[in-house]
Design a protein around this ligand. Sequence first.
Ligand SMILES: CC(C)(COP(=O)(O)OP(=O)(O)OC[C@H]1O[C@@H](n2cnc3c(N)ncnc32)[C@H](O)[C@@H]1OP(=O)(O)O)[C@@H](O)C(=O)NCCC(=O)NCCS
Length: 180
Amino acid sequence: MSQLFPEAVAPPVELAEAKGVVCIRPAGASDVESLSVYFTGLSTTSRNKRFMGARADLAVVAAECVAKAGHPDHFTLLAEFRQEGRHRIIGETHYAYDAAARHGEFAISVADAFQRMGLGLQMMNAMETRAIDLGHEMIAGETARTNAEMRGLARKAGYSDTGLGDWQSVHLAKRLSHPR
Ligand SMILES: CC(C)(COP(=O)(O)OP(=O)(O)OC[C@H]1O[C@@H](n2cnc3c(N)ncnc32)[C@H](O)[C@@H]1OP(=O)(O)O)[C@@H](O)C(=O)NCCC(=O)NCCS
């Protein structure tokens, strides 16, 4: 993808306002601790939205995200901010294929200070490309009805409401288009 970022799954994004570059790459075993630090650093509001409720066991969640990444139908992508030789995680998306439902399911978050800079959409695009490579045809996700950010992001990424949600949550899905 790039000589500077050989592990990247999308072209690096330059964030002029933050004076750094963001690389989107798959998570590996060595990322558990920094992913746990990332989850801990999210605001309570963002964290509750990400997990659709409170989670205290963030180190366990981070370990699960990375452990499942070894499974062929599961992966976690990280957005890593690199600046002057330092790097830190500023976003993640977790994807898992549900063979019975025949669709992938995702969850996503972006660090509060980096929201509304286009990273959520970049990660969704990178996730979809990887799901297409795995031969999957549909992606679905669930979010709170009150989550305007996620609903706006999903709409922009081409997802629609399946009507399968309930009074609290919306179920969103998108059919993936495979290159012919
Ligand atoms: C949802 C989330 C991942 C969006 O990430 P992001 O990097 O801020 O999104 P982007 O900058 O790529 O925005 C893409 C589009 O999403 C929509 N959007 C993003 N933030 C929004 C907001 N606060 N209000 C309304 N729409 C919003 C807009 O349509 C936006 O396009 P625009 O900027 O051209 O108007 C981020 O807000 C987040 O981490 N929220 C907390 C965790 C969460 O809610 N996760 C979802 C549950 S799985």
